[in-house]
Design a protein around this ligand. Structure first.
Ligand code: HEM
Length: 495
């Protein structure tokens, strides 16, 4: 039986909301109650990640996921607007293009069972490169796939170091084979991100040579009529009104670093690019693979998704998906939310307590048990059942806000959540309007692997069956009747 199920069972037997664990002399507190979680995640004080995140440093440096204090605050303020809805809308053609490429790539798998996760990984990397990074890739370019595979292997190494605590100290780890593998993987990962930054910088200087106006300058020339200034860095951005122009993530970082008065260094850009590339691809690849395999089990729910898509696209089922279409995908949205409830990609989140005014001592690592909160009968009446209606407005109304935290919550929540939801809708709608997905395993046989990002140890194996629209079916039916009428004539012909 896998570790995740054991944890749920153990929790259901004991029913304690706060668990105290000593790792050697280190105290770790695990929270599974929404009110307790709110005290930690909702606060503007406990923003520091625990020491475990230091294992990410050779990879992500001191990027947004790990950084603290003023550095985190100023970078969050810079990065949050680069995922504003107005920018996301401009990504729609790229989302559509990559979804179509994904569907084309499925051709070689028609009729057989295959692991869909590799495909989703490659697509999400390619999409991130072309949207947040603004770098177009060539047809034969395979770096996206190599990058995704290296990230997967890096996560395995970090996961092992997480649990095998004797491997944590660098002075021991550096004598292991794993360290050599890590160096090799980081070479692949960093060479992609460095290449991306180099290309973007070349574009920037090429524009300068042609004396084109700086995108960054243009950005600030447009009057900004921001009304509200609160503590929530993302809220400030979402409440901006007026015609403030915005730049996508890497454009903004490069332009800002080259503009007088800014202190953004090359290393800082690299750290943030590595962070966004990792956080932005592995989570969405796993989420979309979970949705496709879970719908492959619950055919009735999948049919409801298809009915909704037919209603939205009517006669033209394969036209490009618009932003407005995604707003109408209410049922698909509930399916995604329910998948993130049952299979939250970030299973635990570790925070270090900043002050000691609590019963929990200062410096304690607090683990937020997202998986257990999402399967707590206090908040979900039948938590082991996949039921998208858990996210009907009337059911959400009475649930504490912190009882559903797939993107975390509070000031350190996911900066890319809207990007993720939009990309997931376009990818999944594109696949589901064309194919029926069939899971080769029942849900109870999914073997979960809770490493850095929650995945299936047994792989996301599905089979795809092509659906046909009425439009496509009509000529086939016509041909069928024509053939049969001719053969009837032969028999009816009077000699
Ligand atoms: C289904 C998709 C996603 C899920 C479930 C998810 C979930 C999360 C969670 C739980 C955190 C907090 C992690 C922690 O503190 O250890 C987080 C942070 C973060 N996420 Fe996501 N994420 C998703 C997609 C994305 C995307 C698409 C991007 C960017 C394009 C992104 C960028 C980030 C960044 C930069 C942080 C660190 C934020 C900070 O500390 O200020 N994520 N995400």
């Amino acid at each position: 039986m896998d570790f995740m199920r054991m944890a749920v069972e153990a929790y259901n037997n004991v029913k304690i909301d706060v668990v105290r664990i000593f790792l050697g002399s280190k105290l770790v507190i695990a929270l599974v109650d929404a009110d307790d979680v709110e005290i930690i995640l909702g606060s503007n004080v406990h923003l520091q990640k625990s020491d475990e995140y230091a294992l990410f440093e050779p990879w992500l440096g001191n990027g947004l996921l790990i950084s603290k204090g003023e550095k985190w605050r100023s970078h969050r303020k810079m990065i949050a607007p680069t995922f504003h809805s107005s920018i996301l809308k401009s990504f729609m053609p790229v989302f559509n293009k990559n979804a179509n490429n994904l569907i084309d790539s499925f051709k070689k798998e028609y009729g057989k069972a295959f692991d869909v996760h590799d495909y989703m990984s490659r697509t999400t990397v390619d999409t991130l490169l072309e949207t947040a990074m603004g770098v177009e890739k060539t047809e034969e370019d395979n770096t996206g796939f190599d990058y995704a595979m290296s990230v997967m292997k890096m996560c395995n190494i970090l996961h092992l170091r997480h649990y095998k605590i004797w491997l944590r100290p660098d002075f021991i780890f550096k004598f292991t084979n794993m360290n050599r593998e890590q160096s090799h993987l980081l070479d692949i990962i960093h060479s992609l991100t460095q290449q991306v930054i180099k290309r973007k910088k070349e574009n920037y200087f090429a524009r300068g040579m042609k004396s084109e106006e700086s995108l960054y300058q243009k950005l600030w020339e447009v009057p900004n009529t921001t009304k509200k200034k609160g503590d929530d860095l993302d809220e400030n951005d979402e409440n901006d009104i007026g015609e403030k122009r915005r730049l996508a993530f890497l454009d903004y970082m490069i332009e800002a670093s080259q503009t007088k008065g800014n202190t953004l260094s090359d290393d800082e850009i690299k750290e943030e690019v590595d962070t966004i590339m990792f956080e932005g691809h592995d989570t969405t690849a796993a989420a979309s693979s979970f949705v496709l395999s879970i719908l492959g089990v619950h055919q009735d729910i999948q049919e409801k998704v298809f009915e909704e898509l037919k209603e939205i696209f009517q006669d033209d089922l394969y036209r490009p998906i618009t932003f407005n279409d995604t707003v109408k995908m209410k049922y698909l949205e509930r399916v995604i939310l329910e998948t993130l409830r049952m299979y939250p990609q970030v299973v635990n989140e570790d925070v270090k307590l900043a002050s000691g005014d609590y019963t929990i001592p200062k410096g304690t690592t607090v683990v937020i048990g997202t998986y257990l909160i999402h399967r707590n009968t206090k908040y979900y009446s039948n938590p082991e059942k996949f039921d998208p209606d858990n996210f009907l407005p009337e059911r959400c109304q009475n649930r504490p806000y912190y009882a559903y935290i797939p993107f975390s919550a509070g000031p350190r929540s996911c900066v890319g959540r809207k990007y993720a939801m939009l990309k997931l809708k376009v990818l999944l709608a594109s696949v589901l309007r064309k194919f029926r997905t069939i899971s080769i395993k029942d849900e109870k046989d999914f073997k979960l692997q809770g490493d850095i990002i929650l995945k299936r140890e047994d792989g996301f194996h599905i089979r795809l069956e092509e659906r046909m629209t009425e439009h496509e079916r009509r000529p086939k039916l016509f041909a069928y009747f024509k053939k049969n009428i001719r053969s009837c004539h032969r028999y009816l012909k009077v000699p």
